[in-house]
Ligand binder design. Structure first.
Ligand SMILES: Nc1ncnc2c1ncn2[C@@H]1O[C@H](COP(=O)(O)OP(=O)(O)OP(=O)(O)O)[C@@H](O)[C@H]1O
Ligand SMILES: [Mg+2]
Length: 341
């Protein structure tokens, strides 16, 4: 008897999710690896490694091996993935078929690297799908119709936007402006205006607790601790929503400009569909307060945040796994118009 399994994988800059056919999302872990530089051995992955990020002793380094959605350290991603695949909920099998989501507009070398990664991790076959398509499918949009849908996936490392029609991407654009960059803007703002050094986890906490793209009507404030820029000693300050909003204006403007470029590059009929259907936002970045309203105001098209925006890509790969033969036309389909930038 052949033990066979099909799994869907979303290898995100921030989070890696694995969907097992018949079981749903069984792995949802931070994309982080901690290793010991003395022994050159991996000491922790995922949630365990995240606890070590920016708090490690000199001989332990915690890294994020996926950079802007692309594999930056092949061996580290491989070790991490192999650990995740040993999850008790994932059964052993002779044959493993995988559906892996990738950012849009990867080079062939980058795509090959994802295929090699999976094959070296035990997969017998690897099928790729671009993330906005997986997100749309996972959100159960009617992408098979001859009508256009605009999907914007704002992740940690990339914002991937695509216009989809009849099961394929018509035009797409990928930016390196996403959640990580927003965190960096907050680190910079706190340092320059409030004279305090903070780390990435604190910046992320600020973004989630008080960050917004437009005034929300409520005053938000968070007290954080860090190191004084002047005397180097610990200090505590309150960060307000108005300050964070100012720090985030520039990157959010760039995202909206890119969205406008994408719409401008689409054939007129599709633009009409987008006006009618609205735009669909997903990815963790879509949870930033008011981000949809800003795009609506600037572009004049309704924005909807998809249901469960953090898992829609993994669920999209999963829905394909559940019914592989019926949906395989969505896979490995990469040749079409790409917007530079
Ligand atoms: N409530 C929130 N408000 C703002 N940002 C949030 C919120 N929740 C999560 N995020 C951000 O979403 C990002 C993670 O999103 P997601 O899991 O979609 O990324 P990813 O898929 O791992 O990355 P990528 O798709 O870029 O490779 C992080 O930058 C995180 O800070
Ligand atoms: Mg993602």
């Amino acid at each position: 008897m052949i033990f066979k399994k099909i799994i869907g994988i979303d290898l995100g800059t921030d989070t890696t999710q694995i969907y097992l056919n018949g079981a749903g999302v069984v792995v949802n872990e931070p994309t982080i690896v901690a290793f010991n530089n003395r022994t050159d051995r991996v000491v922790a992955t995922g949630t365990e490694a995240k606890k070590m990020l920016s708090r490690t002793p000199a001989h332990i380094t915690a890294i994020r091996p996926i950079n802007n959605g692309v594999i930056a350290d092949f061996d580290m991603v491989k070790e991490m993935l192999q650990t995740f695949l040993k999850n008790e909920k994932i059964p052993w099998s002779w044959v493993t078929k995988t559906v892996v989501s990738v950012p849009t507009n990867l080079t062939e070398v980058e795509r090959k690297s994802v295929e090699d990664l999976l094959k070296e991790s035990g997969a017998n076959s690897v099928h790729l799908i671009e993330q906005p398509l997986a997100a749309a499918f996972g959100s159960r949009l009617d992408i098979n119709l001859p009508s256009a849908f605009l999907i914007v996936d704002i992740g940690a490392g990339t914002t991937d936007m695509a216009i989809i029609s009849m099961n394929g991407i018509v035009v797409s654009k990928r930016l390196k402006i996403a959640g990580d960059l927003l965190n960096n803007e907050i680190i910079k703002g706190v340092r320059e205006e409030l004279r305090l050094h903070i780390g990435e986890p604190t910046a992320e906490e600020i973004k989630i607790a008080v960050g917004s793209a437009i005034p929300t009507g409520e005053k938000l404030e968070l007290v954080v601790r860090g190191r004084d820029v002047g005397n180097g000693l610990p200090r505590e300050i309150a960060v307000r929503d108005t300050q964070v909003r100012m720090w985030l204006v520039r990157p959010l403007k760039l995202v909206v400009e890119a969205l406008k470029d994408l719409i401008e590059s689409a054939p007129p009929e599709l633009v009409g569909d987008i006006y009618k259907n609205g735009m669909f936002f997903c990815g963790g970045g879509s949870l930033l307060r008011g981000i949809g309203q800003v795009a609506e105001k600037e572009i004049g098209v309704k924005v909807q945040i998809v249901e469960d925006p953090l898992t829609c890509v993994a669920r999209g790969t999963g829905l394909i796994c559940e019914n592989f033969d019926e949906h395989q036309h969505l896979l490995n389909n990469f040749s079409r118009l790409k917007l530079e930038g």
